[in-house]
Write a protein that binds this ligand. Structure first.
Ligand SMILES: [Zn+2]
Ligand SMILES: [Zn+2]
Length: 276
């Protein structure tokens, strides 16, 4: 089994970054502390999924990433997961986990399946809060399935994830030459694909004067890349400015940027796990 399949390092990095960003002065501390608990659970679940695969290998997904969920592996962990949420989440989310724990496993399966089929593609109206239980639980599974898939070389620029067809969560600027190359990070399977820098991933606008960028002085590595044509924005984590940033986690902490974007009338294409 490869390190990519067990995902241990990946989760350790996320947890460590959440610790680093969580300070008494940050508006995001409550979210980051909760996220640490979620990511610790995800790390264990991912290891369990990889171990089950070792015993009874499932073939690489042929019909795409979203073919059938393996409930024999997933369901035994769901109750424990709900109790982690109940203990550590902000009150409203904790209450929804408590309610969900009272339901029969048929309802759990229905909710997990709905997320698995629609996430990042047909779920614009769902909202981060309603989606959270299935999304956080299935993230390690989606990431594991992705690690089994062969990746074809990508030709051209696509606005949706070439592996699973989902909308991007954030942009990532990675150092290359004197500047940065932009990638989009998938909201469903966490893979990145390359994407042109001056191009709106929502509507395809390519005129530079229609694509304003906002960067706050205190966090120069977090960019709000907006579009005046479609009024959506993409948050991009600039690793050329901070090489220690972890896009998935730095995005959760960027609450002031969300407020700013909303004040300017821009919406986010795809909310993050905690809706921040
Ligand atoms: Zn994807
Ligand atoms: Zn646009």
């Amino acid at each position: 089994m490869t390190a990519e399949q067990t995902g241990g390092t990946q989760y350790k990095t996320r947890i460590a970054r959440a610790e680093q960003l969580s300070s008494p002065h940050s508006a995001a501390t409550e979210f980051l502390d909760f996220y640490k608990q979620v990511a610790s659970f995800q790390k264990l679940l991912r290891a369990n999924i990889a171990a089950a695969h070792e015993v009874k290998p499932s073939s690489a997904p042929k019909a795409g990433l979203r073919e059938e969920l393996d409930f024999t592996v997933l369901l035994p962990h769901f109750r424990g997961y709900l109790s982690v949420i109940e203990q550590h989440a902000p009150p409203a989310l904790a209450e929804s986990a408590r309610q969900m724990a009272l339901l029969a496993s048929d309802s759990w399966i229905a909710s997990l399946e709905a997320y698995w089929q629609h996430a990042g593609r047909y779920d614009q109206q769902v909202g981060a809060f309603a989606q959270f239980p299935a999304r956080a639980f299935l993230q390690p599974y989606a990431e594991f399935r992705t690690s089994l898939m062969a990746r074809a070389p990508l030709v051209g620029t696509t606005r949706l994830c070439p592996l699973c067809g989902s909308r991007p969560l954030v942009g990532v600027l990675r150092p290359e030459g004197d500047g940065g190359k932009r990638f989009l990070l998938c909201s469903f399977c966490s893979q990145e694909w390359e994407f042109r820098r001056i191009l709106c991933p929502t509507c395809g606008e390519e005129a530079e004067d229609k694509l304003p960028v906002y960067v706050a002085e205190e966090t120069p590595h977090v960019r709000v890349e907006a579009c005046d044509t479609c009024k959506f924005y993409l948050r991009t984590i600039d690793l050329t400015k901070d090489g220690h940033a972890v896009p998935l986690v730095d995005d959760l902490a960027a609450i002031p940027h969300t407020l700013w974007a909303h004040e300017q009338g821009y919406s986010r294409l795809q909310p993050n796990l905690l809706g921040t």
